[in-house]
Design a protein around this ligand. Structure first.
Ligand code: CMX
Length: 434
């Protein structure tokens, strides 16, 4: 058993006992009530899920295992001379709740290296797909194709007890996670760079190897690490995390579950928003022969709203302040690309959009989310193919959602199956309560 798996195994009895006590002694305690507006409004705010991997405070933003983003960036181990921490260390934190030591990191790096090789049939499958297929459909197809590798399925079919479900889920999750950077970079180089994939370098860590396989020099390795860490998790109610969790509750394996989550991530209100932001900004810039002024931006924002569209990269279902994931990327950009023209526009939008959204009066949160900043940094380093941005979001998101479904298995998460009512039934409930 690897040291990471051993560490996880040590945490299991206490967690199981804690949850079983909670359910046994307080199972009837009410946490929330559901309103008719919530049923029709996408269950917004309904407290009905549990995860210890991360918590999203509306005013403060995300905490990973209790640590804010600046705390994670400061405390997690990094390679000598590197600006950003190891992605592998962040996975260790999300999975175990502990900050890894330098020695722990060496083991995790080794564990990822050992599981990294992507089966040839995945590349064959990608090559057989139409070259104009969306990279997210390629990414999702590659993940689901590897389902035949599932250790969980083999062990389940051979017969195992529920208490052991977490073990093969761990195997599947780490096997899958370790392969994602190569699959993503392969799709990129095949589709957009004249079919010139670059071989994985076994000596590099998750983020640096991705940058290497993308064919982009330093500091792209730093932004890759940062990007994957920032996108890893946003508690469990967002579409990609919730879908992955939901599908896993049917005892579907990590491949099926994560592919389903990726399909949700591909929606324009979720992970696809990062490509929408850049498209929207560049659409404005292409119409002008100069850098847009504040007044130009104000007009553009109002024109977008008045035509019934949303301002991409702004607003959030839970957050009520500037997304700290936006701030972390902004700090990186201020240091590495302060003179980039698109960054200047993105910065100006940060001042222009919130007051307009407040005046417009619809969005509950007028502040930027993570997607408002991702595209500009990618573009700066030469990743100019918008469609690919969500694939990178997906690589990062895997770190959180796969940790989460390992814990679902540990804690014996039940099949998720909420009850639905007909419109007539809800009308009757409304009549009785009015
Ligand atoms: N521009 C214009 N209108 C907006 C808006 C924005 N950026 N954000 C919200 N609104 C509108 C909504 O469309 C909604 O209008 P209707 O009542 O006509 O349907 C109203 O304000 C209330 O919405 P809300 O409760 O504030 O926000 P939701 O929880 O419904 O939706 C989100 C959240 C992110 C989908 C929404 O803010 C949005 O569409 N933003 C732009 C797209 C985006 O940036 N998505 C990325 C989110 C991050 C992620 O999950 O990856």
């Amino acid at each position: 058993m690897s040291k990471l798996k051993q560490k996880l195994a040590e945490k299991i009895p206490a967690s199981r006992e804690r949850i079983s006590k909670l359910v046994k002694n307080h199972g009837k305690v009410k946490v929330d009530e559901v309103t008719i507006a919530q049923i029709y409004g996408g269950m917004r705010g309904l407290k009905s899920l549990s995860t210890d991997i991360s918590y999203l405070d509306p005013e403060e933003g995300i905490r990973f295992r209790g640590y804010t983003i600046p705390e994670c960036l400061e405390k997690l181990p990094r390679a000598e001379g590197a600006e950003m921490p190891y992605v592998e260390g962040h996975f260790y934190l999300l999975l175990t709740g502990d900050i890894p030591t330098q020695e722990d990191i060496e083991d995790v790096l080794e564990e990822f290296r050992a599981r990294r090789r992507v089966p040839q049939y995945v590349f064959d499958l990608l090559r057989a797909m139409p070259r104009d297929a969306h990279p997210m459909s390629m990414f999702s197809a590659a993940v689901v194709a590897m389902q035949r590798e599932s250790v969980f399925v083999k062990r389940y079919n051979a017969g195992m007890t529920k208490m052991d479900y977490w073990d093969p889920m761990y195997e599947d999750a780490v096997n899958l996670l370790a392969k994602l950077p190569e699959i993503a970079a392969y799709i990129y180089r095949m589709k957009y760079k004249g079919d010139t994939p670059i071989a994985s370098d076994p000596n590099l860590d998750f983020g640096a190897n991705f940058a290497h396989m993308m064919g982009i020099d330093h500091p792209y390795d730093e932004i890759s690490r940062l990007y994957f860490i920032l996108h890893s998790d946003h508690e469990s109610g967002n579409v990609s995390a919730h879908t992955t969790h939901l599908v896993a509750t049917a005892l579907s394996d990590a491949y099926y579950s994560f592919a389903a989550g990726l399909n949700g991530l591909a929606g324009p209100l979720h992970g696809l928003a990062n490509q929408e932001v850049l498209r929207w900004v560049q659409n404005l810039m292409s119409k002008m022969d100069k850098t847009p002024t504040r007044e130009d931006l104000k007009k553009y924002v109002w024109d977008t709203l008045n035509s019934g569209q949303v301002i991409p990269g702004y607003g959030h279902a839970v957050l009520r302040k500037t997304d700290p994931r936006y701030t972390a990327q902004r700090e990186f950009a201020l240091k590495h690309l302060p003179d980039d023209d698109i960054f200047k526009v993105v910065s100006m939008l940060y001042e222009v959009v919130p007051p307009i959204l407040k005046e417009h009066g619809k969005a509950k949160n007028p502040w930027p989310n993570v997607d408002a900043h991702s595209g500009v940094i990618q573009w700066h380093y030469g990743v100019k193919e918008y469609d690919f941005y969500t694939v990178m979001f997906g690589v990062g998101r895997a770190i959180g959602v796969l940790s989460n479904i390992i814990w679902d298995r540990i804690n014996g998460q039940a099949l998720e199956r909420p009850k639905s009512l007909t419109t007539a039934m809800l009308e009757e409930i409304a009549r009785q309560n009015s």
